[in-house]
Design a protein around this ligand. Structure first.
Ligand code: SAH
Length: 234
């Protein structure tokens, strides 16, 4: 997870307990149990230079590799908030799970081979049964390092697909693909990209509500995953 405000409700709901950090990374790690599963909540932490949450792809990739090495997870989940499109049926507070692949929409490299590398298209774990069982929307998650969307982003999202717009999932998926760990995303909609109100304004108005919705659905997702064969303790 990228932001402390996104993580707070799920940490409270799970009664998660903080464990050691991994200096020099700013990430914080919390552990909890759901059903028979060990759950690690990794939050990217504060940027030491700028004093804000370490959102975006660099911190997400570093935290993910550290989680894989330290905790050896069976499944990785990129959880947080995101933008959606009302033209694609999204509403504020909806919780989506990922579908098919994770793509980038701000890595434009017009050289054969590197163009596809830029988009990424890292595989998403098949969670269609989970989505149906829990009544969650499903969509392709598309990542960039900007909160807003410019004309180039818009074109790339139209070409490569994208229902859920955020700033970390493709970086988590890049590492997950590298290490061969199945990965999904759970994202609560804070803002509508195709609404006349500025994204930042919508985001700030809806962050607390959406993070609460995220926590509620994340628990259901963890319970579903646990019931369908999570790692059991002896
Ligand atoms: N200005 C905000 C900073 C949050 S940036 C603040 O001061 O609190 C947005 C964060 O929420 C990122 O981690 C990103 O993954 C997610 N996000 C929510 N809506 C988004 C959108 N429409 N586009 C990109 N990222 C979005």
């Amino acid at each position: 997870m990228a932001m402390e405000a996104e993580a707070r409700p799920i940490l409270d709901t799970l009664g998660a307990v903080e464990t050691d950090g991994s200096p020099p990374l700013p990430a914080r790690f919390f552990t909890a149990r759901v059903e028979d599963c060990d759950v690690v909540v990794a939050v990217n932490g504060k940027d030491a230079r700028h004093g804000v949450d370490s959102i975006g792809t660099e911190a997400a990739a570093l935290t993910t590799l550290e989680v894989v090495r330290r905790f050896v997870p069976d499944v990785l989940i990129s959880a947080g908030t995101a933008g959606g499109w009302q033209s694609r049926g999204a509403r504020i507070g909806d919780v989506y799970v990922s579908r098919d692949r994770f793509v980038h929409h701000d890595r434009r490299i017009a050289i054969p081979g590197f163009d596809a590398y830029g988009v990424g298209s890292y595989p998403a774990m098949d969670v269609s049964a989970l989505a149906v069982a829990l009544g969650l929307k499903q969509g392709i998650v598309t990542t960039s390092n900007s909160l807003d969307e410019n004309d180039d982003d818009r074109r790339m999202i139209a070409t490569n697909g994208g229902d859920v717009k955020e700033m970390e999932a493709a970086a988590v998926a890049y590492v997950a693909d590298m290490v061969g760990v199945p990965m999904m995303a759970v994202k609560a909609i804070t803002d509508l990209v195709d609404h006349h109100t500025a994204t930042a304004e919508q985001f700030e108005a809806n962050l607390a509500m959406a993070s609460g919705r995220l926590a509620h659905e994340l628990v259901r997702v963890l319970e579903f995953l646990g019931a369908s064969g999570g790692r059991k303790r002896p």
